[in-house]
Design a protein around this ligand. Structure first.
Ligand code: HEM
Length: 413
């Protein structure tokens, strides 16, 4: 398997203010275990950082080879994520693929503008609204699994269940047509994991698509998310086209494969641990707590902030413009925060993980994601007997800004 990212990453020079003793050869993109790896375990591969200092400099820790400071302790990450004055979220990461500079909203806004958009969008994702969606989510999961169970005793969980399930829930939530499922999933995959050219092409297609849906909803309103956005008002005015685009793009990209990936890592764990699998099948009431432990142990997102001024952090000189990485996969296996962090304890209590982030940018879709994961696992375990990874196949995992699992071939013959 060729890792395309390895080939194209060019490392930027290490800035003069970084003490050489604080530079470590670690990267979520290029360290061992981060390239697509059969039977890989990128979460175990990050554990090495906990033996080192609370913060160090990684010379190549973004997709385009930029250096970042890496904060290795959960408590220090929380300080960074809470302090939005010193650590900004504004990076234009999506727009930069197009050579442009507009924020995805609310992710790349700082307070106070961030709070204005959260106040607008939060009610759409409240636990009450998500509860109202549950029956439909259950029906979608059940129908997909029934289809698989009727015809087969083996399938690729990612392709046949996790992706179609989560993408279909998500598209109906946004009010987007199910017909575009494969095209949309392809764009998001290219954007997150493709080459520079694929990323640019995908970004262009996603922007054109969101602009098209927004224009349609302006002309012919429906009862859906995009209509809500084009009709929304903040501070006595309608949203600009760029704001509508910034929101649409984020929801499409942020919600499309994150939940499927979580289900994939969870199912891979259960396939390899039949006792836990049996326990959850027999006692599904344990699933909500178990899902939290699996979210902790298999966290997928690296958050990055940009320093807005020169500061000392844990004795280290961070300069204005430096990138600071708060990787959830590092914080959530921090031994000073979690007892035996590499042991999966499905009944773990006091599990204050940051899989959905921390501070003002805490994931807006967290309620929805949690319910999809629990319902997906519950319906699967209720319909599919003891399953394992099919002999001769190997799930391929990878690192990066968003960790992932590409395939998971299970059998229950
Ligand atoms: C298991 C699935 C998911 C995980 C692990 C996840 C993780 C995260 C994380 C870590 C952040 C914080 C990013 C930062 O501070 O830089 C975040 C923010 C966000 N997520 Fe999720 N997410 C998931 C599912 C979803 C879904 C389903 C949606 C959409 C419905 C969604 C929408 C958002 C939005 C809009 C933000 C930005 C919030 C803000 O900036 O205020 N996420 N997510």
């Amino acid at each position: 398997m060729i890792d395309r990212r390895r080939k194209r990453v060019k490392t930027n020079p290490i800035p003069d203010h970084v003490p050489p003793g604080l530079v470590r050869d670690f990267s979520l993109f290029t360290s061992p275990g981060m390239a697509p790896t059969p039977n890989g375990d990128p979460h175990a591969a990050v554990a090495c950082v906990h033996d080192g200092p609370p913060i160090f400099y990684s010379p190549c820790n973004t997709r385009d080879g930029r250096g970042t400071w890496v904060v290795t302790r959960a408590k220090d990450q929380r300080r960074v994520l809470q302090d939005t004055e010193t650590f900004s979220s504004h990076r234009s990461i999506f727009a930069s693929a197009l050579g442009e500079h507009w924020p995805v909203i609310p992710l790349e806004l700082d307070p106070p503008a961030h709070g204005v958009f959260r106040a607008l969008l939060d009610p759409l994702f409240s636990s009450r609204r998500v509860m109202a969606l549950e029956p439909a989510i259950r029906v979608k999961a059940g129908a997909l699994i029934d289809g698989i169970a009727r015809e087969r005793t083996s399938c690729d969980v990612m392709k046949d269940f996790a992706l179609p399930f989560t993408v279909s829930v998500f598209l109906s939530f946004l009010g987007l047509s199910q017909r575009r499922f494969e095209v949309l999933a392809g764009w998001v995959s290219d954007l997150l994991h493709g080459t520079a050219d694929e990323r640019t092409a995908a970004a262009r297609s996603i922007v054109a698509f969101i602009d098209e849906v927004a224009a349609k909803r302006r002309k012919a309103p429906a009862v859906d998310f995009m209509t809500f956005v084009v009709e929304a008002e903040i501070e006595g005015r309608f949203l600009t086209e760029e704001e509508v685009r910034g929101i649409g793009v984020l929801f499409l990209v942020g919600g499309l494969d994150t939940v499927a990936t979580a289900i994939g890592f969870d199912m891979a764990y259960l396939a390899r641990n039949p006792t836990d699998q049996e326990l959850l099948r027999n006692e599904p009431d344990r699933l909500a707590l178990a899902a939290e432990e699996l979210l902790r142990a298999f966290s997928t997102v690296q958050m990055i902030r940009v320093a807005t001024k020169d500061i000392e952090f844990e004795g280290v000189p961070i300069r204005e413009g430096d990138y600071v990485s708060c990787a959830t996969m590092i914080a959530n296996r921090d031994p000073s925060e979690f007892n035996c962090p590499h042991t999966i304890d499905l009944a773990r209590r006091g599990n204050h993980h940051t899989a959905f982030g921390y501070g003002p940018h805490l994931c807006l879709g967290a309620h929805l994601a949690r319910r999809e994961i629990v319902i997906g696992l519950r319906e699967w375990l209720a319909r599919i007997p003891a399953f394992r990874i099919k002999e001769g196949t190997a799930p391929i995992t990878h690192g990066g800004h968003v960790f992932g699992i590409k395939n998971l071939i299970l059998t229950w013959a």
